[in-house]
Design a protein around this ligand. Structure first.
Ligand code: ATP
Ligand code: MG
Length: 275
């Protein structure tokens, strides 16, 4: 890419600078599970994530400004506004699962939100809650309280990020629910543009940044299957891999079924498949 300077690699994306104000985010087909990138790619995954994020960016622009400038014809590359990213992950939970469930079980609280007693695993919360996390440069992100997050980014930015995150989640969760997908929780990344405005960046409301559950398999008190990664997790559980790198390769049928799941989620939500 002669027009771009490589800035770095995330677990899934390659980051390039186009000029002082624009970045190119290229979504690869890499898949990570338990925070470890697998040696096997999932065909079409990068294009599905890129298309799905763009779909949400278009539909939520009236809730919150976002970084999207253009999609490139390859379907996996997003030209976007360069932002100064906030050093927190803006997590919204509508259901009690994962680390939220763990924290609730031991303390009755999640990120400083006191929740009603007697909630069960995967239960829908009375209202979605904002549960920020630190952006770990390596390893797992760590949940922090709202007060800690406010200290990191400033009280005003914090309030704005919380309000926008909840509004985005509410809109997307209702939309997805009508199409057979429960968005149990999701993570947003915001940044500040040159004018000081808070802008939604990164990917948004994809199965990689969220917990997607098939609505028809949802059952309170159990841990519903992951919409996209269940076949991968099921397969990995049959091995005695200790969840540290290097990860094992995936067999062809697990790759094919997982790729189909990503595309299925895209079609369900957007009504369109990728070419
Ligand atoms: N508009 C933007 N301006 C600047 N940086 C951005 C912008 N949008 C996304 N980023 C950053 O680009 C990177 C995307 O790479 P990728 O998604 O692969 O990261 P990652 O390793 O998956 O990290 P994480 O697991 O936290 O998402 C992230 O570091 C994200 O913060
Ligand atoms: Mg990411």
């Amino acid at each position: 890419m002669p027009d771009a300077v490589h800035l770095g690699s995330g677990k899934v994306r390659e980051l390039y600078a186009l000029d002082d104000e624009r970045l190119l985010l290229v979504a690869s087909d890499r898949i990570s599970t338990f925070d470890v990138v697998l040696p096997t790619a999932i065909p079409d995954k990068g294009r599905v994530l890129t298309g799905m994020s763009a779909f949400w960016f278009a539909r939520t622009a009236d809730i919150c400004a976002n970084h999207l400038l253009a999609l490139r014809p390859d379907g996996r590359s997003t030209e976007c506004r360069r932002l100064e990213m906030l050093p927190i992950e803006c997590v919204v939970r509508g259901y009690l699962s994962g680390s939220g469930w763990k924290d609730y079980r031991s303390t009755g609280e999640v990120s400083g939100h006191r929740l009603p007693a007697g909630l069960r695993e995967s239960e829908q919360l009375p209202e979605p809650i904002f549960t920020p996390a630190t952006k770990a440069t390596s390893g797992h992100d760590e949940n922090i309280t709202r007060a800690q997050a406010a200290e990191v980014v400033g009280a005003e930015r914090f309030a704005e990020a919380e309000r926008l995150s909840i509004a985005l989640y509410r809109f997307a969760a209702a939309y997805a629910r009508e199409r057979g997908i429960i968005i149990a929780d999701t993570k947003f990344e915001f940044g500040v543009d040159r004018t000081g405005r808070l802008v939604l960046g990164d990917e948004a409301l994809t199965p990689d940044s969220s917990r997607f559950w098939p609505a028809d398999q949802y059952q309170v008190g159990t841990s519903p299957p992951s919409y996209d990664k269940q076949f991968v997790r099921d397969y990995l559980e049959t091995l005695d891999w200790d969840k540290t790198p290097p990860a094992p390769k995936l067999p062809a049928d697990v790759i094919a079924r997982t790729s189909a799941k990503y595309r299925e989620a895209l079609v369900k939500l957007t009504g369109k498949n990728i070419a």
